[in-house]
Ligand binder design. Structure first.
Ligand SMILES: NC(=O)c1ccc[n+]([C@@H]2O[C@H](COP(=O)([O-])OP(=O)(O)OC[C@H]3O[C@@H](n4cnc5c(N)ncnc54)[C@H](OP(=O)(O)O)[C@@H]3O)[C@@H](O)[C@H]2O)c1
Length: 249
């Protein structure tokens, strides 16, 4: 198959590219470094001509609902319009478990993205996954205030990226199914403990106080609204397994 991966240089995207190539698919990576700006739509018709499936694992770093919604609806509408023009038969988007129960900040954009995919003219699949194990490292870096690393109180059931990427390639091969069954990791964790364990394992220093994020988003992540439902498919790699496979600092 010919598979285009929008965001193929990202954390999830690079695993999707690796697994798809390993299975013998021809993969096109859509990123700005390859001359394709999905936000403006420039270069997309050429990049998607002859493609069977588009896997959308784009992301942007914002906590603003408005900025997130603009990014995800803009990029999705460009991918769908170009895909429709050139005959793409499957648009597959990666979303996040619980975005409808916590439609705030970044997650508001993910919900808007899902709505745009469902309203588009290209047959679609939406796969929701929980946070990746690497979320602990991302949060350590992003929530830094000098030596202080704020550790938001959050109930999460993190999953290994390789399990998410494998599922995405399986779905790309199978064709459009609409909403796929959610996927999550095997065990519930607390984000502050994940961040502290990651910092200790990798030799990072600093103070990691647990904080309650303000507002509706903070409440939603503390209350477990982004945890999977009972019918989600569960991966097998725990956060602890993943952490022990990371280089020690
Ligand atoms: N991280 C998590 O815990 C998690 C959990 C569940 C679902 N998800 C979802 O998974 C997806 C991928 O997340 P991630 O953490 O892997 O993202 P990431 O590492 O931040 O990667 C983002 C990708 O988007 C590309 N990109 C950004 N703006 C672009 C533009 N204008 N044109 C073309 N490419 C652009 C970047 O490429 P260049 O900068 O090279 O252009 C990069 O490849 C997101 O939709 C996210 O919501 C994430």
């Amino acid at each position: 198959m010919e598979i285009a991966v929008a965001g193929g240089t990202g954390i999830a995207g690079s695993e999707v590219v690796r697994i798809a190539q390993q299975r013998g698919h021809r993969v096109r990576v859509l990123t700005r470094g390859n001359g394709v700006d999905v936000r403006s739509g420039a270069g997309l018709d050429d990049a998607l001509a002859g493609v069977d499936a588009v896997v959308d694992v784009l992301s942007t770093s914002t906590q603003s609902a408005r900025v997130s919604a603009e990014f995800f609806t803009g990029t999705t509408s460009h991918l769908l319009a170009a895909g429709h023009r050139v005959g793409v038969r499957h648009h597959l988007a990666l979303s996040i478990v619980g975005v409808d129960r916590a439609p705030h900040g970044y997650y508001a954009g993910k919900l808007a993205q899902e709505q745009a995919v469902q309203a588009g003219q290209v047959p679609w699949t939406i796969q929701r996954a929980t946070q990746f194990h690497d979320f602990a490292a991302q949060m350590y870096r992003n929530a830094a205030l000098g030596p202080l690393h704020l550790a938001p109180r959050m109930r999460t059931q993190p999953i290994a990226i390789v399990e998410v990427a494998t599922r995405l390639v399986d779905l790309a091969e199978a064709g459009a199914v609409g909403r796929a069954r959610d996927i999550a990791g095997p065990r519930e964790e607390r984000l502050p403990e994940m961040m502290r364990a990651w910092a200790e394992h990798t030799g990072r220093s600093g103070w990691l106080p647990a904080v309650s994020l303000p507002g509706a988003f903070g409440r939603a992540i503390r209350d477990g609204r982004v945890l999977p439902d009972a019918d989600a498919d569960l991966g097998t790699v725990t956060f602890e397994d993943w952490l022990h496979a990371q280089p020690r600092g």
